[in-house]
Design a protein around this ligand. Structure first.
Ligand SMILES: [Zn+2]
Ligand SMILES: [Zn+2]
Length: 343
């Protein structure tokens, strides 16, 4: 059996010769620093936690930052932590931290207060973006000499933005630095080479586009590695998915495209055929996909439907694939004055 050197009480364990009560008497078991600095990205609002940036409510983040800065005496084992805060002005939070700690089997509570100071800064991702950081350039161009139609410029930019948007949800390092319309197409600057490669492949497949890549050395980084920038040139052909085309004397709808060629559906027999990539160059575009219109369906038979001709509202019979169950409208193409159902 031990005894306390101050109060003389018998006790099983002593700390520095004192019973727990005497040990705790007048002693602060936790302490908070006078202030805690918390970095917030002024551009995206994310908050720094050690080496990473997280999106969270700023008040909760301030309370968490205060709780993370607790300094407890070595004899104390912290059991629970509570926080409450008062926002003093836009960049200062007074945070009170309550702690329950175990000291040699004796539960003791304590509280302290600190000021969490919000420091505006720019996170790594935003500083790269704001500085127009890029590792690859997608040069999206038409196949011919003509300028890319405004609608297609919008469409290609939208497709790239959509893919990057999806990717950036799981990887903050992936973003578009800059999109610029140029004579003949669109230039898109990307934060990563792998992203440029992936998108150029996707565009190649979707549009049946020819792609080329070229790398140039831009310097040496801090660790002595050579740094490259890669340009992906994507030549988007004149034909587009959904166009009505003429090929070897017959009319088709271009129904799919890939790097190796395309598939087309005959507008009279509705049979599908393959068109090799080299042969695609000789197709003639009859109606662009954006000029395909909708016609209201009047009646439905087998292998044939009646629609209102959108040009003059007369009823017209259209051949359709057998078993077609059209909705209220069907897509139609006007080819040399004759209306065709677009399968
Ligand atoms: Zn004592
Ligand atoms: Zn940021």
């Amino acid at each position: 059996m031990n005894f306390c050197v101050r109060c003389g009480k018998d006790c099983e364990t002593t700390i520095d010769g004192l019973c727990t009560e005497c040990f705790l008497d007048g002693r602060r078991i936790i302490r908070l620093p006078h202030h805690v600095d918390m970095e917030v990205c002024a551009n995206c609002g994310e908050i720094r936690q050690r080496d990473s940036w997280v999106r969270k409510d700023i008040r909760i983040a301030a309370e968490d930052a205060a709780a993370a800065s607790i300094l407890a005496i070595p004899e104390a084992r912290v059991i629970s932590v509570g926080t409450r805060s008062v926002q003093q002005d836009p960049s200062n939070y007074a945070v009170t931290v309550d702690v329950i700690a175990d000291i040699s089997g004796f539960e003791s509570s304590a509280e302290d207060i600190t000021t969490v100071r919000v420091k505006n800064t720019v996170c790594k991702k935003c500083s790269r973006q704001l500085g127009s950081y890029y590792e690859s350039i997608l040069q999206l161009r038409t196949g011919g000499k003509d300028d890319m139609p405004a609608g297609l410029k919008k469409e290609v930019a939208y497709r790239v933005e959509r893919t990057v948007g999806e990717q950036s949800r799981t990887n903050r390092q992936l973003f578009i630095s800059k999109i610029g319309e140029v004579q003949g197409g669109v230039d898109i600057y990307l934060s990563s080479i792998a992203l440029g490669r992936q998108i150029s492949k996707e565009m190649g497949d979707y549009y049946g586009a020819e792609t080329k890549e070229s790398a140039s050395l831009v310097g040496v980084n801090a660790t002595g590695e050579e740094v490259y920038r890669v340009t992906y040139m994507v030549r988007i052909p004149e034909y587009h998915l959904g166009d009505a085309i003429e090929f070897e004397g017959r009319m088709y709808k271009l129904s799919s495209l890939s790097k190796t060629g395309g598939r087309a559906t005959d507008l009279l027999t509705f049979r599908e055929r393959t068109i090799r990539r080299s042969d695609l160059l000789s197709v003639r575009i009859l109606v662009k996909y954006e000029d395909i219109s909708d016609a209201t369906v009047v009646s439905v038979g087998n292998g044939e439907i009646q629609v209102l001709d959108p040009r003059n509202y007369r009823t017209v019979d259209l051949r359709v694939p057998e078993g077609t169950e059209p909705g209220e409208t069907v897509p139609v193409a006007d080819i040399d004055g004759v209306l065709y159902y677009m399968p």
